[in-house]
Design a protein around this ligand. Structure first.
Ligand code: C2E
Ligand code: CA
Ligand code: CA
Ligand code: CA
Length: 275
């Protein structure tokens, strides 16, 4: 785990924003980000490509530091992971999302599922499934309105993966594999584990109509998902041409700037839930 942390540390350092002169300072600010109310959630719609209806939202964290301003997740999430702060931050995200779901329900808005990114450190936590169960009951949420996005590395590196995923399945929450195709070449986990949704990494979508090998891979992922009874989402859809390709090959869902960028929750309510 130490080694992994070091790797993240170096990766992160090379991408250091000008805002933060060093990672020690960033970490000390990140530690107090919740307390100072600097974190928020944005939601990005995932669209059913056939009906153009909204299928679900993905929750994406935002950090606006009182001193250094906006810091993108690509900069602070790796630091949160290597420092262990991701547990506290991840719990906060889960709590916010559940609060939103409860509030939408009590106000009579149409219910829409929200997907939450779960880092490997969170997934590995001994009581992770129990935590989810307690959140669902605390906020009185129907499990099918919560989705957990995990990465291939969570499944490959964690011994308890099977029992965790089985517990989550029994609870009735959705589980998706994020950034599919970028991590590990072993597909055996698709056979072993109860997974509901595959999210094709945006690097593949970006090269549609530019690279034939790439298109073959996307087609194969869509077919594979369908044959395994899983839903498939294309991430990072920006152009009409990409959408056409995806629809033509029966990809069910799309997410990306073509439909909307991640928006603050209030705006999401105005644009999607009150209509
Ligand atoms: P991700 O989970 O793969 O999330 C998708 C990223 O793609 C988001 O970046 C989103 O804003 C961006 N995106 C969406 N549509 C498009 C598009 O059409 N084109 C392009 N170029 N990008 C698009 P964001 O919000 O900056 O987040 C980056 C990463 O940070 C996420 O990648 C995820 O790995 C991590 N992250 C964000 N929020 C959380 C969180 O609450 N918990 C954890 N553990 N990780 C998070
Ligand atoms: Ca994600
Ligand atoms: Ca992704
Ligand atoms: Ca990603």
């Amino acid at each position: 785990a130490k080694k992994n942390g070091r790797y993240h540390y170096r990766f992160y350092r090379s991408e250091m924003s000008q805002a933060f002169p060093n990672e020690v300072l960033m970490e000390s600010h990140l530690k107090r980000a919740i307390e100072f109310d600097e974190l928020s959630i944005h939601l990005q719609p995932q669209i059913d490509l056939r009906t153009k209806e909204i299928d679900s939202f993905e929750a994406l964290i935002r950090w606006n530091n009182r001193k250094f301003g906006y810091v993108p997740p690509s900069q602070f999430i790796p630091l949160a992971e290597s420092s262990g702060l991701i547990i506290q931050i991840g719990d906060w995200v889960l709590e916010q999302v559940c609060k939103n779901l409860q509030e939408w329900n009590s106000k009579g808005y149409r219910p829409v599922r929200i997907a939450v990114n779960i880092s490997p450190k969170q997934f590995k936590e001994e009581k992770f499934a129990l935590k989810i169960e307690q959140l669902l009951s605390k906020y009185d949420i129907e499990p099918r309105y919560l989705e957990l996005e995990i990465t291939e590395s969570s499944m490959v590196n964690v011994n308890e993966t099977h029992s965790i995923l089985t517990k989550l399945k029994q609870l009735g929450v959705f589980v998706s594999v994020d950034d599919f195709g970028t991590g590990y070449s072993s597909l055996s986990y698709l056979k072993k584990y109860p997974i509901d949704i595959i999210k094709i990494d945006q690097s593949f979508i970006k090269d549609i109509s530019k690279d034939e090998k790439n298109e073959a891979i996307i087609k194969a992922i869509i077919t594979l998902s369908q044959n395994l009874g899983m839903d498939v989402v294309a991430e990072g859809v920006e152009e009409k041409l990409q959408e056409q390709f995806l629809k033509q090959h029966n990809c069910q869902k799309g997410q990306g700037y073509l439909y909307n960028k991640p928006l603050p929750v209030d705006q999401i309510i105005q644009e999607y839930l009150l209509k």
